[in-house]
Design a protein around this ligand. Structure first.
Ligand code: CP
Ligand code: NVA
Length: 306
């Protein structure tokens, strides 16, 4: 049995296999010919943070696969009142077939997975958001942006940055990160990603200059400056991130045909301009839709490997 906690635990071949399976199911689904791959199965979805895309894509996804989704907010279940993670994991996994969790510390997810008897999927932690990257790379494949990709990530060194680092390291493409001073990526994640790069041909560089990172890039991406749990730092971060808004002028430094990705939710006028977000270079809504298809691929893959 496999969990899906970070891309670090997956080989290049496995990551591509999951995405290809998602693309196959997407095609079947669009043709109204998708088999009920997970007939009668229940997915538990535990949310300790807010969500639009993750909730809707997982809940619709499991339903479309012939199963049932249980939305479990920490406001409603005993976990939110202090019931231990290890007890919650054993109880829920004894009654349902797959579990998705969105939480704070990555170690909380790891503890849950350790005590779960069924596959656990990371629906975002403070450190990683790997399901988002499955959808992002699926979108790159669909737009022929995956061969010789040079990806520029501009903004906060956060869970999205770390996930891009793992994807670049595993698949062997170039990732250039630009963060303001004091908002750099986690050093341990960097060390691990660079070690993987030694064997994969991936390349990861960091700087404090967005224009240098975007120069010649084929894909540019960013994320909110204040992630969930950092609401108190909003004002201070807006000052620190001045000059980091991705807009069409910055995008002009990229390769011809450069595209823009964002996991959403986006804050217009902060990390990205309204014009870029709504303009022809932006693939954001295709990317968001692919959360559904990529995660259906993931759930079916995990079921095949138990
Ligand atoms: N991108 C993403 O995970 O969005 P939600 O927070 O809406 O789930
Ligand atoms: N970095 C953001 C991603 C939201 C999908 C957060 O953690 O809030």
């Amino acid at each position: 049995m496999r969990h899906f906690l970070t891309l670090k635990d997956y080989t290049k071949e496995e990551i591509l296999e999951i995405i290809e399976l998602g693309l196959k199911i997407k095609k079947e689904f669009k043709a109204k010919a998708q088999p009920p791959y997970l007939h009668g199965q229940t997915l538990s979805m535990i949310f300790e943070k807010s969500s639009t895309r993750t909730r809707v894509s997982f809940e619709s996804g499991i339903f479309q696969l012939g199963g049932h989704g249980l939305f479990l907010s920490n406001k409603d279940i005993q976990l939110g009142r202090g019931e231990p993670v290890k007890d919650t994991a054993r109880v829920i996994s004894s009654m349902t077939d797959i579990i998705m969790i969105r939480t704070f510390e990555h170690s909380r997810l790891e503890e849950f997975a350790k005590y779960s008897s069924v596959p656990v999927i990371n629906g975002l932690t403070d450190t990683y958001h790997p399901v988002q990257l499955l959808a992002d790379y699926m979108t790159m494949i669909e737009h022929n942006m995956h061969e010789n990709a040079v990806v520029a990530y501009i903004g906060d060194g956060n869970n999205m940055t770390h996930s891009w680092m793992m994807l670049a390291a595993k698949l062997g493409f170039e990732l250039r990160i630009a963060t303001p001073k004091g908002y750099e990526v986690n050093e341990d994640v960097m060390k691990e990603a660079l070690e993987i790069c030694q064997h994969s041909g991936g390349k990861i560089t960091v700087s404090n200059d967005p224009n240098v990172a975007v120069k010649g890039a084929s894909v540019v991406t960013t994320d909110t400056w204040a992630s969930m749990g950092q609401e108190d730092e909003k004002e201070e971060r807006q000052k620190a991130f001045a000059g980091y808004m991705v807009d069409d002028t910055m995008m002009d430094l990229g390769q011809e045909g450069v595209v823009f990705l964002h996991c959403l939710p986006a804050y217009r006028g902060q990390e990205v301009s309204e014009e870029l977000l709504e303009g022809p270079r932006s693939l954001i809504f295709k990317e968001a839709e692919n959360r559904l298809h990529a995660q259906k691929g993931l759930m079916v893959w995990l079921d095949l490997h138990r």
